[in-house]
Design a protein around this ligand. Structure first.
Ligand code: URA
Length: 255
């Protein structure tokens, strides 16, 4: 194959999202496994999700008491296929004593490479927006994602992947015990609020997120990657951040 043809092929593959080499040989995921079942898992019925999650995570998760325990558990966890294609697990960034916990969707290419959430272009925009209301990773913010492994080619995570990983972020929130949660983007907001509403409907007000017998105020706003494409929405994010800051002031936790 000529150099030009190789370059064209690579460009094409990366345009359609094939940007990870998993194995030197292609694998047909639809080939029959030796037991006659398709090697791709069937789509999980919603009614069976809770049972499935319990079966996957319990009782091991009950013993998690610290962030280190959770990180170790996630390193061992092998029921999410995204782990097989990710370079690094992206656990968190920021201070564990944070008043505000920010939750995004899933790592992108930069985060996957560096093993930290929101370190690419959208992360830089997020940091700028946070700073404008006195929030920063160094001082009072902790950041994680619904999904800790990068979906190949930055595709959106499937509902099955979200259901599988949701108990991990739920435990993460419980351990950080923030005064306030800020979901950036629709995947984070919909997943934590168990809602089908669009992010445009979920933002602009406060929700309550239940952890044990405590209710944590939860705000939702647009994802910074969306803001990069639609800068006119910055004013809405600004307004959501001001609302969150007002809540912190009411709780006596500003700054
Ligand atoms: N987008 C996310 O939702 N999370 C990250 O960590 C990076 C980009």
């Amino acid at each position: 194959m000529s150099k030009h043809a190789i370059k064209e092929t690579i460009d094409w593959l990366s345009e359609i999202g094939v940007d990870e080499i998993i194995s030197p040989q292609p694998t047909c995921k639809f080939e029959k496994a030796p037991d006659g079942h398709l090697s791709v898992e069937p789509v999980t019925q919603k009614s069976a999700v809770d049972e499935k999650v319990k079966e996957i995570h319990q009782p091991e998760m009950d013993h998690i008491q610290t962030l280190d325990d959770l990180q170790e558990y996630m390193k061992r966890f092998d029921r999410c296929e995204l782990k097989n294609t990710a370079t690094n697990m992206v656990f968190s960034d920021g201070t564990p004593k944070a008043t505000v916990m920010i939750i995004g969707e899933a790592p992108g290419a930069d985060e996957d490479r560096l093993g930290k959430p929101f370190v690419g272009m959208s992360g830089k925009l997020l940091d700028k927006a946070l700073l404008s209301v006195g929030l920063s990773r160094e001082k009072n913010v902790y950041i994680s994602n619904i999904i800790p492994w990068r979906p190949p080619g930055n595709r959106p995570p499937t509902q099955d992947e979200i259901d599988t990983c949701l108990p991990l972020i739920q435990k993460h929130i419980q351990l950080i015990n923030p005064a306030l949660i800020l979901c950036v983007g629709s995947v984070a907001a919909k997943s934590l609020l168990a809602s089908k509403l669009a992010i445009s409907k979920l933002r602009g007000g406060v929700h309550l997120y239940q952890v044990g017998d405590k209710q944590i105020p939860l705000f939702a706003t647009y994802h910074p990657a969306f803001l990069l494409r639609s800068p006119y929405r910055k004013k809405d994010v600004w307004s959501d951040l001001l609302m969150a800051r007002q809540k912190l002031i009411t709780l006596g936790l500003e700054g």
